[in-house]
Write a protein that binds this ligand. Structure first.
Ligand SMILES: Nc1ncnc2c1ncn2[C@@H]1O[C@H](COP(=O)(O)OP(=O)(O)OC[C@H]2O[C@@H]([n+]3cccc(C(=O)O)c3)[C@H](O)[C@@H]2O)[C@@H](O)[C@H]1O
Ligand SMILES: Nc1ncnc2c1ncn2[C@@H]1O[C@H](COP(=O)(O)OP(=O)(O)OP(=O)(O)O)[C@@H](O)[C@H]1O
Ligand SMILES: NC(=O)CC[C@H](N)C(=O)O
Length: 589
């Protein structure tokens, strides 16, 4: 046996920032070297960021990725880090002898081993996820090899992310290849309670392969996706050995007792059980024993509960969207209601209340308590606030153009949207849109009005969870939250009945069923994709099923025009759920 110290670099790359990501790789490798690591594992496509979408279709981008990989290997050597092997993800292209159906030069979701200034070996993801938010058939061709490199006598195999999730392929041959450790770079996006699934999966694969497994996952926000990290290590029996925190960067090191191997180096083809042949490529990096060192107890970070997890995901998503897109501040309309209150609180936690700007825009229908509740939030959080009454602006519009009923109501929302966009143009703030998932589902928002903006932090959060998260935040904090206020969300905003206040005494329940009823139905229709009959069989009232399905179906055009926002559920509006706008299909019972 040999005891190796493995470092898992749970890092936050930026898509397209190849030099920034490479710089980070060097800095983190130096930390790992200082901590005595024998191997560092970075995440899937770390050098390019993930997902890069159609960037991989550009030759210039793939060339830059390959160049960055080679330059990084050389730079590690030049900076005295060449002796420490590094596994890192990047984008490569298929070799000169493509298989049938594999276009020459097509992109690969690759991972390489860097050592002594060289790219020693590489592999590519075999199973390409093509469901939910993933479109990888569009981008990549499959890899068909499993590199195994000997490090201080231990045979270490490398596979990429989705290869763990599917039967067959490279992971299925790890056991037969006799590897003593499997390392897996990942970019596995967050959705609630996914961490339990990942642990179970890693444990199962480790038992199947009969070796320890190192799972290094990306962290950070990227448009609709937020990556939670949750990197982990299990031993050959599937027992959890070490685990990093969620939603934060962390260099996790773990000391593992691993079997040594004296198998012959070379190339061996294996039937991978999924109709493919995987070539194991065994090479020797080093066989000399590990110099003695003092082992350290493993770190197992505590799991966050559901609300802590979702709230942290939203905070990180906003923080990264703001920073990675070059904004310094955000602006939103603060109504005194719960959606804008929670959005403001998330923003304050993400970037600090001094960088959050809110505009209180009372209309002729705004109740006194709305303004008071909004002012209470401003007082509690210390965000920047201004009041812009909209009644006169709305009057001026109405003098010039006759609008009645809903058209007139929507005007108020549109005037507010215009004010926010005007202030954004003037001061460079990012406009945060405050709609929740229940509203998005039913089309309960005004196009070019309250749906205007650049990023929508709670668009995947059902209304009932908006209240839960607000209550949770009033009771809990986290050192990573930049807002230091006690109970930042005014109680009144949480407890009062929701209203759009677009006409006197308006209530959401005038147009929508109570949110507890609505959200259960939306969960079954939107997330579980049940048809009318199944919904009724599941106990939803037939009249309500017909009404809500109609609302959801007719609002597709609105959702397409809605700003992006972080995915936290198994099925978000966006990449997870793609429906035609022009669509005559109607559910019948
Ligand atoms: N298939 C399609 N493709 C492209 N565009 C389409 C379209 N169908 C309608 N349209 C366009 O959309 C317009 C209708 O949409 P829109 O102008 O938004 O108006 P609309 O959906 O009719 O009304 C807004 C709804 O949202 C509610 N609301 C508003 C503001 C805030 C809140 C809240 O509590 O958060 C709720 C309000 O009470 C009302 O029920 C049509 O006049 C037409 O121009
Ligand atoms: N009086 C107001 N002042 C400032 N912004 C407002 C005002 N009324 C509405 N808004 C903006 O429009 C969004 C839609 O608000 P509206 O009150 O119509 O419905 P809501 O979905 O219940 O939202 P909230 O719970 O934030 O009130 C709000 O979240 C807020 O950003
Ligand atoms: N990048 C990937 O291959 C991710 C796919 C995988 N099933 C996950 O969500 O973790």
């Amino acid at each position: 046996m040999a005891q190796l110290r493995i470092a898992l670099a749970q890092t936050n790359p930026t898509v397209g920032d190849l030099s920034g990501n490479a710089g980070k790789l060097v800095a983190w490798t130096r930390d790992a070297a200082d901590r005595g690591a024998h191997l560092v594992v970075f995440t899937e496509m770390f050098l390019t960021g993930y997902p890069v979408e159609d960037l991989v279709l550009r030759t210039s981008f793939v060339d830059a990725s390959i160049r960055a990989l080679r330059e990084t290997a050389a730079r590690l050597r030049d900076e005295g880090l060449g002796e420490l092997p590094v596994v890192v993800g990047y984008v490569d292209r298929a070799g000169l002898a493509p298989r049938v159906g594999q276009p020459k030069g097509a992109p690969l979701d690759a991972a390489a081993l860097l050592h002594r200034g060289e790219v020693v070996t590489c592999t590519a993801k075999h199973h390409l996820p093509n469901y939910g938010v993933f479109d990888e058939y569009r981008y990549f061709v499959r890899g068909d090899r499993l590199p195994v490199f000997r490090l201080h006598g231990v045979d270490v195999a490398v596979a990429v992310c989705e290869d763990l999730w599917q039967e067959g392929g490279p992971v299925s041959v790890v056991g037969r290849a006799g590897a003593g450790l499997l390392v897996v770079p990942n970019a596995s996006p967050y959705e609630k309670e996914k961490d339990d699934v990942r642990l179970e999966l890693c444990a199962r694969r480790a038992r199947e392969a009969g070796c320890a497994l190192v799972y290094a996952n990306q962290v950070g926000g990227q448009d609709e996706l937020v990556f939670d990290g949750d990197s982990l290590v299990v031993d050959a029996s599937g027992e959890l050995v070490a685990r990093a925190g969620q939603f934060r960067e962390e260099l996790l090191t773990v000391d593992l007792d691993l079997p040594v191997s004296d198998a012959e180096p070379g190339r061996y083809p294996f039937d991978a059980g999924d109709g493919s042949t995987i070539t194991v490529e065994r090479l020797v990096l080093s066989s000399e024993p590990v110099p003695p060192y003092e082992p350290e107890p493993p770190v197992v970070a505590e799991r966050l509960d559901l609300h802590a997890e979702v709230y942290s995901a939203l905070v990180l998503a906003v923080r990264d969207y703001v920073a990675k897109n070059g904004f310094r501040s955000v602006i939103l309309g603060l109504s005194g209601g719960i959606d804008s209150a929670l959005t403001a609180t998330i923003a304050s936690d993400a970037i600090g209340p001094d960088r959050v700007h809110v505009v209180l825009m009372p209309s002729r229908y705004s109740s006194d308590h709305s303004l008071a509740d909004a002012e209470e939030l401003v007082r509690r959080q210390g965000v920047n606030a201004r009041v812009v009454p909209i009644a006169d602006i709305v009057d001026a519009f109405e003098k010039e153009i006759e609008l009645s009923g809903l058209s007139a109501e929507n005007l108020q929302a549109r005037v507010r949207g215009m004010i926010l966009m005007g202030l954004s143009n003037e001061h460079g703030h990012l406009v945060l849109t405050t709609g929740n998932k229940s509203e998005l589902a039913t089309g309960y928002s005004t196009l070019y009005g309250d749906s205007a903006g650049g990023f929508a932090p709670i668009k995947d959060v059902p209304k009932t969870m908006v209240w839960e998260l607000s209550r949770w935040r009033n009771e809990h904090g986290d050192p990573s939250f930049l807002l230091r206020a006690e109970r930042p969300v005014p109680e009144n905003s949480i407890t009062k009945e929701p209203s759009a206040e677009l006409r006197p005494d308006q209530r959401d329940t005038d147009s929508l069923p109570p949110y507890e009823v609505l959200d259960r139905l939306l969960d079954d229709y939107v997330e579980k994709d049940m048809g009318s009959r199944e919904l009724i069989e599941a106990g939803h009232a037939p009249e309500l099923v017909a009404r809500v399905i109609r609302l959801v179906d007719l609002a597709e055009y609105k959702r397409r025009q809605y700003p992006p926002g972080p995915k936290i559920t198994p099925k978000n509006f966006g990449r997870d759920r793609r429906l035609p706008i022009t669509n005559r299909w109607r559910e019948t019972t």
